[in-house]
Design a protein around this ligand. Structure first.
Ligand SMILES: Nc1nc2c(c(=O)[nH]1)N[C@H]1C(S)=C(S)[C@@H](COP(=O)(O)OP(=O)(O)OC[C@H]3O[C@@H](n4cnc5c(N)ncnc54)[C@H](O)[C@@H]3O)O[C@H]1N2
Ligand code: MOO
Length: 425
């Protein structure tokens, strides 16, 4: 792996044989393939110190974060109403109101005398002498007296100091991918900046003589490059740094040159195409000639051929060329692997058992990933399983994963639905 100027020298490189398969392995079940990736990969990025809140979305925490302040910092009211000392057991009753009020940002600084009440607004600090708040809808003020008809427990409608977070509580763990909600927690206790991992630099390379970048002149026997824009968008959406390695023809020298460029600039390279056994599958050949390659034949449809290699110290994930297979493999295997390399936790995507709205007779012995979406509480799958059907990708909102043992699916059979959101997309 190449290293950037500010990357820390303590980063441990991956082993050259990290993708090697045990002798005799032929078809690898999905679970085993995932476990192999999990056990052989580790973070390969250094730490970026003191990154401000405004730049944290999607970044991965490098250290645990402890609260420098409690949340809420003081007892305060959860509602607009009147504060007094609770409980209130004998009703109806009338409490004289003190002159003044406690508003958010403008506390009442004196003691509220026993048996009195005070006007209070949501978020305002509870004045001394009060611990309970009645909603303004549940009481009436007549001639400076607060009239109450319902009982209230002591502490009703009050938020206690530190009930959410106490000083020095661990609020976030190292390895957490920061999202808007976690950034809100940091802000709530006044954390201005945190240490995060440097962004994983992911190179995306398309290969194939028939493949042309969008915008280039094209003929009938050529196709537009759908994989590179798809994978590039995925990389940026996952919060990684995209390094566009372009497209190369099926020429050993061109493939080698592109991989060398990638190894210089990236922590990981995703290629698509050229990994099955065909005469023009130069990605496999180049990786074999100049790196340590392992052609994983995963018992999955689509996406059987997945080439995993180390090329000049940089891991290369050789995805199949068919866009559907490239997408499925990039998600199912690439996303957790990248997360781990980027310093986050390995993750098994959250899935849901949803009744099927389709029938299918599946071959045993391999997993199948179907383009899917949920409508009216049932999961439907795209009409064609063809691995080149990009329309199915656009139509889908997730995948149905049928494991190796699944056989006959009927309408109503619970199946495992994995929304794309479970991968962070
Ligand atoms: N004899 C065998 N042939 C094939 C096997 C096999 O096991 N034995 N596996 C099939 C499966 S499954 C797949 S998937 C493909 C994977 O092949 P490659 O990774 O070598 O991919 P290519 O042959 O280069 O391309 C496959 C297909 O995808 C189109 N493609 C490629 N790149 C792009 C791109 N950037 N954007 C859009 N489409 C792309 C390409 O034109 C081909 O149609 O191998 C099967 N064959
Ligand atoms: O990986 Mo291929 O596209 O399974 O069909």
């Amino acid at each position: 792996m190449s290293s950037s100027a500010n990357q820390e020298s303590t980063v441990k490189p991956l082993r050259n044989d990290c993708f090697a398969l045990p002798p005799g392995v032929n078809w690898t079940p999905v679970d085993e393939a995932l476990e192999r990736l999990r056990s052989r990969l580790h973070p390969v990025v250094g730490v970026e110190h003191c990154v401000p809140l405004s730049q944290l979305n999607g970044r991965i925490l490098a250290t645990d974060v402890f609260a420098p302040r409690a949340h809420p910092p003081s007892n305060n009211s959860a509602v607009d109403g009147y504060a007094f000392a609770g409980p209130l057991t004998e009703v109806p009753c009338a409490l004289p109101l003190v002159d003044g009020r406690s508003a958010a940002g403008e506390p009442y600084r004196e003691q509220v005398p026993e048996g009195h009440a005070i006007r209070i607004l949501t978020g305002a600090v509870m004045p001394a002498g009060t611990d309970t708040v009645v909603l303004e809808e549940d009481c009436e003020v007549i001639n400076g007296q607060l009239h109450l008809n319902g009982t209230l427990k002591a502490g009703a409608n009050r938020r206690l100091a530190g009930e959410d977070i106490q000083v020095q509580d661990r609020i976030l763990n190292a390895g957490t991918r920061l999202t808007p909600t976690q950034i809100s927690v940091l802000a709530s206790v006044g954390v201005e900046s945190v240490d995060v991992y440097q962004r994983l630099r992911v190179g995306v390379l398309s290969t194939g003589d028939e493949v042309k970048p969008v915008g280039a002149p094209i003929t009938d026997w050529q196709i537009y490059d759908a994989n590179r824009p798809m994978l590039s968008s995925m990389i940026t959406q996952l919060g990684y740094e995209l390094i566009d390695l372009g497209h190369v023809l099926d020429r050993p020298e061109a493939v080698k040159e592109a991989l060398e460029r990638g190894a210089e600039q990236c922590d990981l390279i995703l290629t698509s195409g050229g990994v099955s056994a065909g005469d023009e599958d130069h990605v496999s050949k180049t990786l074999k000639a100049h790196g340590e390659i392992s052609n994983w034949r995963i018992a999955i449809k689509p996406g059987r051929p997945l080439a995993l290699a180390m090329f000049k110290g940089t891991p290369v994930v050789g995805l199949p060329g068919n866009p559907v297979a490239a997408w499925v493999c990039a998600l199912r295997f690439g996303a957790p692997a990248m997360a781990l390399m980027a310093g986050a936790e390995w993750f098994e995507p959250q899935s849901y058992l949803v009744p099927a709205n389709f029938s299918k007779n599946k071959k045993p012995g391999r997993s199948e990933m179907l383009r899917a979406r949920v409508r009216d509480g049932k999961v439907e799958v795209f009409g064609s399983e063809g691995s080149g059907r990009v329309t199915g990708l656009a139509w889908s909102e997730g995948m149905v994963e049928l494991d190796e043992s699944a056989r006959q699916i009927e309408p109503g059979t619970p199946v495992k639905f994995i929304p794309y959101g479970s991968f962070g997309l």
